[in-house]
Design a binder for this molecule. Sequence first.
Ligand code: HEM
Length: 381
Amino acid sequence: MQGLMRHLLLAAGLAVGLAVPWATAQAQAAAAPAAAASAALPRPDDTEARREQVQPGNNAPLWRAVRRSGEQAGISTLPGAEQGVLIQRFVQLPGSRAVTAGEAWRELRNRWLLPYGGALLLIVAGAIALFYWRRGPLGTEVPEGGRPIERFTPFERSAHWANAIAFVVLAVSGLVMAFGKFLLLPVLGGQLFGWLSYALKTAHNFVGPLFVVSLAIVFVTFVRDNLPGRGDWQWLRRGGGLFGGHEAPSHRFNAGEKLVFWGGVLALGVVVIGSGLVLDRLIPGWGVTRGQMQVASVVHSVATGLMMAMFMGHIYIGSIGMKGAYRAMRQGWVDENWARAHHPWWYEDIAAGKIPAQRSAAAPALAAPPNTGLGGPSARA
Ligand code: HEM
């Protein structure tokens, strides 16, 4: 047995002894073409002469010298504020290497803004889908059949929808500009994707300034009823009854809507518009250097990502997430039971005659039930 083991060990040792040099030779032979190929590649420390041999026309050392500010003098025809500055100076942005500003912006955008911005929107969409699946539309228990109350006048509705349509066009075209290359180009191919993204980019640049006007009109139209008031804090503490429990009472708009108004319409709206107008080069003296454009683009990406995430919730509640909500902004009227259930303090003021149940000349869109004492068209002062 011992003899056999010895012979086996000997044979194994022999085999290994033979295999290792063979394998090394194989590996070297396999690496040779790569080594030969890489030997043919330009190296950072290459001289211009060697580079002309291995990669004619690629004069990276020249550009490195240009970049190392002033080592290589030259003429640049760049106009205006960046006269003579061909390559931006080195910077280090959060999440990027110490590289030229243009490269740092590209790294920040591709490594952080797009992946995390995209993830945020997917997470919010997923959370809304889960909520709808678990809770379904809110307010289904509220009966219909009460008198109609005018919640939004024709002017308020057209201001809202003009703004909503502009926002959706900007959101969709913006998402295609950001993610189209990764998600649509492989499917549509270069030609079709080129046309689509060009058309959407143009739409984005033209609808942007319209959104400035429509958002300002929406702000002025709804600001008075969004001022902080009675019950807002209780409403927020109860999460508006969204996650169980009763909805806390509110006046015309609840604290959740007020948060979207001040946080989304005003705060994020101003940042999105400001950075957008810089990118559109519509603010004199701004957006004239690449640096300003890079900062504006980062600010615009972050603010639009947050605004889209916030309005996904608003659009959900305002479309399928709450019974009667969409009709309120579509037709202008709500059933008095709806008003009493969701905005009781607003309803009380209407019942007390402090606020007219109808503010415009528009005919009620809801069938008026008999003798509830609130009055339809006749209630107008
Ligand atoms: C397709 C998109 C949208 C839909 C379906 C939608 C739906 C609605 C609905 C149903 C209401 C009435 C809520 C209530 O009765 O209290 C409403 C109110 C409102 N919406 Fe929208 N909306 C959309 C987009 C937007 C956008 C983009 C903005 C602003 C950037 C916006 C700003 C407002 C404001 C200010 C109000 C009044 C309530 C308040 O001031 O809090 N909406 N929306």
